[in-house]
Design a protein around this ligand. Structure first.
Ligand SMILES: Cc1cc2nc3c(=O)[nH]c(=O)nc-3n(C[C@H](O)[C@H](O)[C@H](O)COP(=O)(O)O)c2cc1C
Length: 358
């Protein structure tokens, strides 16, 4: 048993416990940057509320035993249907940044870490550390040669897929950051980019991101890389169908954790229509609001192949470095296994819409 008041997370039993502990440890401006959303944060709240509304319809006497949490995504086996969402600057939460995240994840499960364009650790160092597969999250810059250079480095370092963020022609109106006049603390820089002033993320994005990005980006990506391409930030059946037609390998149903346009739906709300439009033709991932193992089960039941975990990973990192990340993942996996066993779901592929009462 950890001592009372242990701030390293020894008493934490849930991901929400880790959020509370992380808040105590982080500078308030950094906390707001990590935690906040756009506008009045209605979408941010809706992501979590959508999962809170889910009720599970258990099937009894199924002889499940120990559920099988493994799954196959883009031809690779994942130990659990949960990967790590791309989040800029893990170094804000812990000096070892993404390296600690990768180590902590690898200690518990073999699933990918999606490395942000704005990662605080170099792609080569992360790849050399080994442990888990790495994917690259791509922001498309006006200067395509920068984006192309990053993709080429990722490919030669052995990263396995490109997750192109399509909901950010510029950054959303994050009122907490505007009010705080948020600047990255000294020493927090993107390890894989050079040249610009990155200290004010929204201002940098306004000058550097390509505001005219369109569907031709898929063809461009195919011309510069042979890696699988996923589009992150799809919220409608129409765009999902268009992505499939454009030849992508997968989509991420995402509203950027409520950080782009406030007022768009919760990701779980739109998942069924998107899964229906995709009809199994490409991989469907979902992020936004996953805070418990049963949230993962709900996402699988409503049509996702796997989920991405965002802020809770940074909470674990802030509280306990790689061990904190490992504990957050362990909790989530234990809760998922528990939810599967208690609802009569033997394997991830068996979770379908009949499991859910909305
Ligand atoms: C602090 C922070 C930084 C983020 N940075 C990126 C990023 O660099 N690229 C990206 O595509 N998404 C980024 N996201 C969005 C996440 O990938 C993901 O969509 C979101 O966090 C999922 O929601 P959750 O935090 O509720 O799990 C960021 C989110 C947060 C909270």
């Amino acid at each position: 048993m950890a001592a009372a008041g242990d701030t390293r997370g020894g008493d934490a039993l849930t991901l929400d416990d880790y959020a509370r502990l992380a808040r105590e440890r982080l500078d308030p401006g950094v906390w707001d940057f990590l935690e906040g959303g756009a506008g009045e944060e209605r979408t941010l709240a809706a992501n979590v509320a959508a999962f809170d509304r889910v009720r599970i319809r258990p099937s009894v006497l199924r002889g499940v035993g120990r559920p099988e949490t493994g799954t196959k995504i883009l031809g690779r086996t994942w130990d659990v249907p949960v990967a790590i969402a791309p989040i800029a600057y893990h170094t804000l939460a812990h000096p070892d940044g993404e390296l600690a995240t990768a180590r902590g994840t690898a200690a518990v499960a073999r699933v990918p870490l999606v490395v942000s364009t704005f990662a605080g650790c170099s792609l080569e160092r992360l790849a050399a550390a080994g442990g888990i597969p790495l994917w690259l999250q791509v922001y498309c810059f006006r200067d395509r040669s920068t984006t192309r250079g990053l993709i080429e480095r990722a490919e030669s370092a052995g990263l396995e897929a490109l997750v192109v963020t399509v909901d950010a022609p510029h950054l959303g109106r994050r009122l907490r950051d505007i009010r705080n006049d948020f600047r990255l603390p000294p020493g927090i820089v993107p390890a894989n980019l050079a040249g610009d002033d990155f200290s004010a993320p929204a201002a940098h994005a306004r000058t550097a991101f390509d505001p005219e990005l369109d569907w031709s980006v898929v063809e461009w990506l195919r011309s510069v890389s042979s890696l699988p391409v996923l589009l992150k930030g799809i919220l409608t059946a129409e765009d999902a169908a268009r992505a499939v037609d454009a030849g992508v390998d997968g989509i991420v149903v995402s509203n950027h954790g409520g950080r782009q346009l406030d007022g768009v739906p919760a990701t779980l709300e739109v998942l069924p229509e998107i899964a229906a439009a995709v009809a199994g033709r490409v991989t469907v991932l979902l992020d936004g609001g996953i805070r418990r193992g049963r949230d993962v089960l709900a996402a699988l039941a409503l049509g996702a192949d796997a989920a991405l975990l965002g802020r809770p990973v940074l909470h674990g990192l802030a509280v306990g470095g790689d061990e904190g990340v490992a504990r957050v993942m362990r909790i989530l996996i234990d809760e998922l296994t528990d939810a599967m066993a208690l609802s009569g779901v033997r394997a991830t592929a068996d979770a379908g819409p009949a499991l859910i009462r909305l």
